[in-house]
Design a protein around this ligand. Structure first.
Ligand code: TEU
Ligand code: CA
Length: 560
């Protein structure tokens, strides 16, 4: 692997609307982020990805952009954004924006013009089809947020347009070179401002299998999961290679792809040396136990064995092909500690253990806001507390599948994207210190126990453990091993133990006793140093001999 500037970095995702509100309107903003840069620096963060802050009607919380060159006034001004980039740079940090170019908003000028004149230049920026006499849709694909991907083109009852997400997110026609040029122009414009790069949204969807055709239906609605179409769509590489050459490469931009449905053997093409992206997320644990049927059929509270098999499998698959990025959660997923640790075992020790396991894997660690203090899923007591478009759809999907309202609410609660979108918990004062006003989404009531201020004060807090993880990864003595060393499982068959080596200049061993019961583990050789322990100050610990005794949920990082 050719070494790159981003390989040894630690990244952090901010969901701006819920991070920190500086002016009391209940909505987090860019000035709020600026005021927390030192906090992030202290956490060992080098790269900060902002979920969208562009001008948007916020139908999908900013993933529906109506002007790619403007900042939404609710988040601040262009001057705020420039100030953020400048202040980050001063601290040796990089800012990433979200690149949402599979679709734009129906309120974007391009779509408005397409509605005015579907046969003109902008009609060809989208996928617009005439309605045929029988009224059949051009194809039976199901949009990600429910219902067909086709909707009537406003003002044209005889025409329909394609949207694979919400109907307020019309898909851009990437087959049209003018669209691609507009996208690259915008990317270069932002990079000129000193942006570090982008997180690339939903990118696999830009290549459609054309001409439009039906796939076998997989639910009562007669529609077919988009995944079926994506399997047959060839040639995305031409678009991505072009974007890389035309827009990212000249700036050495850091890019992280949100890539689902990747075909086998395309890994190197995507993230290998000279690949389309610098890296992409590993979604294997996220996807485990989910099907196209809906959230009612998805697994919650994965067992340690299931989590282990996911991470071991993907680490092996990736090997040295490229640099992956590892996550426990993001703005679309439940909180990692709620999804991967069973309720009865959720505590500081188990949360730190989970952090230590994923952080030391090969790849770039991404921390999602609040993860560093062990924020948990929300308990939703009524459907009216849910805001997210996908949750609203899944509530209906569950009821269509026969669940009653209470059951449907439970199902949606486990997966709702709002779990991760509740405001960041800064302190124990009103609204968790997120805002002086009324927060746009209810604060998780557990903020009086789980908050930054409390954990700042406590040496053995989760927050301080995250700081230690970052410090080890940055330590010149271990950096080469943790960044480039191989990852090899150890005692893989031992139930509720997650253990692996990182082998490079040094040999390191991660041991995680993922259960309440203590256990004894034999070491493969002598241990020369204990680098981390989640239950103890490791500087005061005695070096283990041939065997190490682990308490319930104890985590150790050893140098052999
Ligand atoms: O998500 C892409 C995507 O495929 C989602 O359907 C995702 O799988 C789902 O939300 C998981 O619950 C991206 C963004 O991350 C998401 O927030 C946006 O809503 C979506 O694109 C559309 O831009
Ligand atoms: Ca605000």
């Amino acid at each position: 692997m050719k070494k790159q500037w981003w390989h040894d970095k630690t990244a952090y995702q901010i969901y701006p609307k819920s991070f920190y509100d500086s002016n009391g309107d209940g909505i987090g903003d860019i000035s709020g982020i600026i005021s927390k840069l030192d906090y992030l620096k202290d956490l060992g963060v080098d790269i900060i990805w902002l979920s969208p802050v562009y001008q948007s009607p916020l139908a999908d919380q900013g993933y529906d952009i109506s002007d790619y060159y403007k900042i939404d006034p609710r988040f601040g001004t262009m001057e705020d954004m420039e100030e953020l980039i400048r202040q980050a740079k001063e601290r040796d940090m990089y800012i990433l924006m979200d690149l949402v170019v599979n679709h734009c908003s129906d309120e974007h000028e391009w779509f408005q013009k397409a509605c005015q004149d579907p046969d003109g230049k902008y009609g060809n920026f989208f996928y617009i089809k005439d309605r045929n006499e029988s009224g059949d849709l051009p194809c039976n694909w199901r949009s990600y947020f429910g219902g067909p991907v086709w909707d009537e083109l406003p003002g044209h009852p005889d025409k329909q347009y394609l949207h694979v997400f919400h109907k307020k997110q019309p898909d851009l026609n990437w087959e049209n070179p003018e669209v691609r040029e507009e996208v690259y122009k915008n990317i270069r414009w932002w990079l000129e401002k000193g942006l570090g790069g982008f997180r690339i949204d939903a990118i696999i969807n830009i290549k459609k299998k054309l001409p439009f055709s039906d796939y076998p239906s997989d639910r009562e609605d007669g529609l077919s999961d988009i995944g079926n179409m994506l399997l047959g769509a060839e040639g995305i590489g031409e678009f991505l290679g072009e974007m890389q050459r035309e827009a990212f490469a000249p700036y050495q931009a850091f890019t992280v792809g949100e890539v689902f449905n990747l075909k086998e053997n395309q890994l190197t093409e995507f993230i290998g040396d000279g690949g389309y992206f610098s890296t992409m997320f590993d979604f294997e644990p996220t996807l485990f136990g989910k099907s196209g049927k809906g959230w009612h059929e998805a697994r919650t509270e994965l067992t340690p064995e299931e989590y282990k098999s996911c991470i071991f499998h993907s680490q092996k698959k990736i090997g040295d092909a490229g640099m992956i990025s590892n996550i426990l959660e993001n703005h679309d997923e439940p909180r990692g500690v709620s999804h991967y640790i069973r309720r009865s075992d959720r505590c500081d020790a188990s949360k730190k253990l989970l952090a230590g396991v994923y952080y030391m894997l090969k790849g770039i660690p991404f921390i999602y806001q609040g993860q560093e203090i062990g924020m948990e899923n929300m308990v939703f007591s009524s459907f009216s507390q849910i805001d997210d478009v996908e949750s609203i759809n899944q509530y209906k999907v569950a009821q269509d599948a026969g669940y009653d309202e209470d059951e449907a609410l439970k199902i949606v609660s486990a997966f709702s994207r709002d779990n991760a979108r509740t405001p960041m918990q800064w302190n124990a004062s009103r609204n968790a210190g997120f805002t002086d006003g009324t927060p746009w989404l209810k604060v998780n009531p557990n903020y009086s126990e789980i908050n930054v201020e409390e954990q700042e004060k406590r040496e053995d807090s989760i927050l301080n453990f995250y700081r230690k993880l970052a410090a080890v990864r940055k330590d010149p003595a271990y950096k080469e091993t943790l960044v480039y060393g191989s990852m090899e499982p150890y005692l893989k068959e031992e139930k509720n133990l997650i253990a692996y080596f990182r082998k490079g200049e040094k040999t390191l061993l991660v041991l995680a006793n993922f259960q309440k019961k203590p256990r004894c583990v034999s070491l493969p050789g002598g241990c020369s140093r204990i680098l981390l322990d989640n239950l103890e100050d490791c500087r005061q610990m005695e070096l283990p001999g041939a065997k190490v005794q682990l308490r319930g949920y104890e985590y150790m990082l050893l140098e052999l």
